[in-house]
Design a protein around this ligand. Structure first.
Ligand code: FMN
Length: 372
């Protein structure tokens, strides 16, 4: 039996957080299904304005889209929240405000250091949880947050095997010291000495044994993305789910140059149509969406690097939106997955995945709806 997890006074019986997956992979159907199974379901906030506009055929601003999706995730009960990426800087503050107003149980924030998070709005009962990839990053966040009168309600420690963006330099990804097992002890030690907030580990955790192993080391819970990507309830396209099921170990690579306009290494399935085109220099789509903006000299959000420089980056937003079914006819899809994605061999329901992760069903007894 796995022990439950409590964050800011809210408890779940299964210590599994389903990691936020943008763009358009973890929306309310996935988050509420995980919450119903006793874990914590997380909506990704990335591009929700566009995704909801398409779903409901009306114009949305970011605030309304975030508010509505958080409410939908909460509708059937359980514990749920939202992932907000620092790199999507232009929409960051308004997304946090909307999530707090919608009474999200938790805001999990990474993809950069969420140094200003507690200063945006009074979080009330909403837990604020940064994602870090080192104890140094956690120390820095705690120092900044202390000045704002806040301490993290928990921390997610994400290692180099995770899906999406990685918080390491490309050349450091393979270092022994950066294995999750080795990153964990100093982070747990720091958290224990600063209020004993829960430490959640993420990146490459795949089965019940992995969860038990990290919990025996002292982790309070796990965050998992890849296991929930090819579920029935995930909003990835069928083509995306099948690409994950089909991928072998050599098919999952780190995109760097060309890569994400944020400059962070980004995990991809090599055969993703957009990545193949970018690698082969056939086509590196330019940004026309403007989510990953940097500020100009006057401090206005002005430019995404993929708007003008398609030499070392390409517009991942358009590719990921395509993989979430937003614009599949207009843009080639881009598939991101964690390093253990090659172990996914079927499309399962969240119920079956959670049963297996809890240790209730041996992995080999699960029947694939695909194989049936
Ligand atoms: C398809 C996909 C999209 C992701 N998108 C985000 C995101 O938008 N923001 C974020 O902080 N993490 C993102 N992640 C990371 C997950 O939230 C989670 O921490 C990570 O996947 C854990 O590693 P695992 O995939 O090995 O389980 C993404 C991961 C995947 C697989």
């Amino acid at each position: 039996m796995l022990q439950g997890l409590t964050i800011k006074g809210t408890s779940v019986r299964v210590p599994i957080i389903q990691g936020g997956m943008g763009i358009g992979v973890s929306l309310s159907p996935l988050a509420s299904a995980v919450a119903a199974e006793g874990g914590i379901g997380i909506v990704s906030s990335a591009c929700l304005d566009r995704l909801l506009a398409k779903r409901n055929n009306k114009v949305y601003n970011t605030y309304d889209a975030v508010y509505e999706e958080v409410c939908l995730a909460r509708e059937k009960g359980g514990v749920s929240g939202i992932n907000v990426m620092v790199a999507i800087a232009r929409d960051y503050d308004v997304t946090v405000r909307a999530a707090i107003d919608a009474k999200a149980d938790v805001i999990i924030s990474g993809g950069g250091l969420p140094l200003a998070l507690p200063g945006i709005a009074d979080p009330g009962d909403t837990a604020l949880v940064p994602i870090v990839s080192s104890v140094r990053a956690l120390q820095l966040i705690c120092k900044k947050w202390e000045r704002l009168g806040y301490r993290p309600d928990a921390v997610v420690l994400e290692g180099p095997l995770a899906g999406g963006h990685l918080g390491f330099r490309l050349e450091d990804l393979g270092l022994e010291s950066n294995r999750l097992e080795n990153l964990f002890p100093p982070v747990k030690d720091f958290a224990s000495r600063h209020g004993d907030f829960p430490v959640i580990v993420a990146g490459g955790i795949y089965d019940h044994d992995d969860i038990s192993r990290f919990m025996a080391m002292g982790a309070d819970g796990v965050q998992m993305g890849t296991r929930f990507l090819a579920t029935v309830e995930s909003s990835a396209t069928q083509a995306y789910k099948h690409a994950v099921v089909k991928a072998g170990p050599r098919d999952i690579v780190v995109a760097s140059t060309p890569g994400s306009p944020c400059g962070m290494p980004f995990m991809v399935i090599k055969e993703s149509p957009m990545f193949l085109s970018a690698l082969g220099n056939r086509r590196r789509p330019r940004c026309d969406k403007g989510y990953i903006m940097t500020k100009d000299r006057e401090g206005r959000y002005a430019l995404c690097r993929a708007q003008e420089n398609t030499g070392d980056c390409f517009c991942i937003c358009n590719g990921l939106l395509s993989s979430g079914g937003y614009n599949p006819d207009a843009e080639e899809p881009l598939y991101t997955v964690g390093a253990n994605g090659y172990r996914v061999d079927r499309i399962s329901t969240v119920h079956d995945v959670m049963d297996e992760l809890k240790g209730a069903t041996p992995a080999t007894q699960l029947v694939s709806p695909e194989a049936a």
